[in-house]
Design a protein around this ligand. Structure first.
Ligand code: HEM
Length: 409
């Protein structure tokens, strides 16, 4: 690790601290000198964008909590108070609510980047698996956060999702009551969701730390999927990738802030502006857009337990991805068949999202079943089969050669 322990800092205070806790040399080695492949494209900026969104969520969340009251009789009104009476409360709330959506946009792009370029393959399996854990923690955090404003969709979303656990044989009902802290979704439920919604982002931050630690042990993959062979293949992270990441973060924020300022309700549901009412079931209970593909899979199976199993399996399967795809070639750039099936999976995912947003009737029912089945076929049949039969395209000898052959510098 260049710079570590051998570098002499000039500032005497830095030198004093460094002799007792070598934090500056670690930062210099890991955040500045870190050798990074020279061919990374803009898809590699989404990890940094996701990290920025996590920080945004924590900061805006901490301010929201200063005015929010986690009690069934006050939660909804306290959120209205934030919107109307707190100075810039509307801004903090819309940054946080839309921030959740944009956090998911960044992470979905980040994950599909990993799928396209084979970033989950050796030696990055643990890095990938920590990523899947992060994804699970994000979903739990977002679900519980949505319940907090105690609107109609908050309440009924919580009812539908917590009730899923009742499908577990024998212990299902006791588990649901234990989750609720009572005999229905009520005040204890809201308070524990609040507690966990505050806690989980810090768990997420710790997981992200491990994620980046694992990344820095094995180094970045890259769009050609070829290992780094010489110093020529890399650039120091600073200033090359700090600047590139910063630029991408700014462009991403332009879109995010356009939603916050011009269309803050676009991604939400109008019915959540009505206070939770256990006596009135909304005609159409749908989760936020980022859960829709999973909601479609849940409803694709006619049996309740079956639906729950399929939905969880769709994420658990990602842990096994490094062993389902055995092809020695990482990047889809050199895997024409894999590239085709990758795009088919993207279309399948978007289509599942559309199915999830529709009432489960008529034509949507078989459509959801076919799309769900394809999701599993992709991972369990297509990937192992491709590893056997695909003939990859010829690969450049090194990252440098790949860059220069495309007219790069
Ligand atoms: C809070 C969410 C996340 C944050 C902040 C985060 C952060 C990062 C950062 C900063 C990098 C290095 C830059 C880059 O490659 O974009 C990275 C790499 C990576 N991440 Fe994540 N990540 C998150 C979620 C995930 C998830 C959900 C997965 C997969 C399920 C994942 C899989 C990976 C992989 C495989 C790499 C290595 C990529 C490569 O070098 O090609 N990450 N992550």
């Amino acid at each position: 690790m260049s710079g570590h322990a051998t570098y002499e800092f000039k500032n005497p205070i830095v030198r004093w601290i460094e002799a007792r806790l070598p934090i500056f040399s670690v930062m210099k080695a890991q955040a500045m000198d870190f050798p990074t492949p020279r061919n990374l494209n803009y898809w590699w900026t989404f990890g940094g964008i996701a990290a920025t969104m996590l920080v945004m969520q924590i900061l805006t969340g901490i301010v929201l909590v200063m005015h929010y009251t986690p009690h069934v009789s006050m939660a909804f009104d306290s959120v209205e108070g934030i919107m109307r009476d707190v100075n810039y409360g509307w801004l903090i709330r819309w940054l946080h609510a839309n921030g959740a959506s944009f956090f998911f946009i960044a992470v979905y792009i980040h994950m599909f980047r990993g799928l396209y370029y084979g970033s989950y393959k050796a030696p990055r399996e643990v890095l990938w698996m920590i990523g899947v854990l992060i994804f699970l923690a994000m979903m739990a955090t977002a679900f519980m956060g949505y319940v907090l404003p105690w609107g109609q969709m908050s309440y009924w979303g919580a009812v539908v999702i917590t009730n899923l656990f009742s499908a577990i044989p024998v212990v299902g009902d006791p588990i649901v009551q234990w989750l609720w802290g009572g005999f229905s979704v009520g005040n204890p439920t809201l308070q524990r969701f609040f507690s966990l919604h505050y806690l989980l982002p810090f768990v997420l931050a710790a997981l992200v730390f491990l994620h980046i630690w694992a990344l820095h042990v094995v180094g970045n993959n890259n769009p050609d999927g070829i290992d780094v062979k010489s110093e020529q293949d890399t650039l120091p992270f600073h200033p090359f990738y700090t600047m590139k990441d910063l630029y991408a973060i700014l462009v991403f924020f332009l879109v995010y802030l356009a939603f916050v300022f011009y269309s803050p309700w676009y991604l939400g549901h109008a019915i959540n502006f009505a206070k939770a009412d256990p006596m009135v079931t909304p005609p159409h209970i749908v989760p936020e857009w980022y859960f829709l593909p999973f909601y479609a899979m849940l409803r694709a199976v006619p049996d309740k337990l079956g639906g729950v199993v399929v939905m969880f399996a769709s994420i658990i399967i990602l842990f096994f991805l490094p062993w389902l795809d055995r092809s020695p070639v990482r990047s889809a750039r050199y895997r024409p068949l894999y590239r085709f099936f990758f795009w088919l999976l993207v279309i399948d995912g978007i289509f599942l999202g559309i199915v999830g947003s529709q009432p489960p009737e008529g034509w949507w029912i078989p459509a959801g079943r076919i799309a769900t089945t394809w999701y599993f076929i992709h991972f369990l049949v297509v990937l192992p089969l491709l590893s056997q039969i695909e003939r990859p395209k010829p690969m450049p000898a090194s990252i440098t050669e790949a860059v220069l052959s495309r007219g790069g510098h």
